[in-house]
Design a protein around this ligand. Structure first.
Ligand SMILES: NCCCC(=O)O
Length: 239
């Protein structure tokens, strides 16, 4: 029986020519293909009412949170900083409800970039709304316009972590974020950092609550770097 993987969708709500001005619900193809290649059955969960989170989570085996917009900072008690970028409050509210329900139903969560940041906020942590607010910022974490198949900075991974057997101790990742974990939520531990100390991966302190979060984008490199595919294989088949 294949694991059913619910992938929380994003939306395009601006008018874009490529969809003839239509609004669309979507997820990056890399998540779909990586889950399929790992033997999972992906289902894209469109942004909807918070009340529907319980039904969605009960229908899936595991939850995957993708990257995207900044998180509305009032969810961690702050007003928007001038460097805050696009937010989508409906997405925040729905994904917050999905995370709470997945935790309640003890369903594993794999969270990528924004997903990892939101997980930290939902569990009681805070974010740097922009890396310029992080006093020790030394590494370029937004590699645009360099293409995502290129890993541009190093990370160091804790030996006693779920990531170490998958990626080793020293690894290189792509990087597309201007926000980062500030205060870490108590139920989480940081299991990888960049050389300037930014949290690059997290897992749950309580092994019974199966959570893995990464700050980079494995869905954009899994087809050319087998270690990135290891993350999806681990999520679909072991976490
Ligand atoms: N926008 C939230 C996730 C990526 C970033 O930090 O920019």
């Amino acid at each position: 029986m294949k694991s059913v993987i619910g992938i929380a969708a994003n939306q395009i709500i601006q008018s874009v020519d490529v969809f003839n001005g239509n609004h669309v619900s979507y997820t990056p193809q890399g998540f779909v293909t990586a889950v399929q290649n790992a033997g999972g059955l992906p289902i894209v969960l469109p942004i909807g009412a918070e009340e529907t989170a319980e039904a969605y989570i009960s229908k899936i085996d595991k939850l995957l949170l993708a990257g995207g917009q900044d998180i509305s900072p009032d969810f961690f008690g702050e007003d928007p900083h001038p460097k805050l970028e696009e937010t989508n409050r409906n997405r925040d509210l729905f994904e917050i409800a999905l995370i709470k329900e997945a935790v309640k139903q003890k369903k594993p969560i794999f969270a990528v970039c924004r997903g990892m940041q939101l997980l930290n906020v939902v569990l009681g942590g805070t974010l740097y709304q922009d890396l310029s607010l992080y006093p020790d910022w030394k590494v370029k974490h937004g590699q645009q316009p360099t293409q995502p198949q290129f890993a541009t900075h190093g990370i160091q991974i804790e030996k006693a972590s779920s990531l170490y057997p998958l990626l080793g101790e020293d690894y290189r990742v792509n990087s597309y974020h201007h926000q980062a974990i500030n205060k870490l939520a108590a139920p989480l531990k940081i299991i990888a950092k960049s050389s300037d100390g930014i949290a690059e991966a997290i897992e749950s302190v309580d092994a019974k609550q199966r959570i893995l979060g990464v700050q980079w984008h494995p869905e954009l490199r899994f087809d050319i770097e087998s270690k990135e595919f290891n993350l999806f294989d681990y999520f679909v088949n072991q976490l």
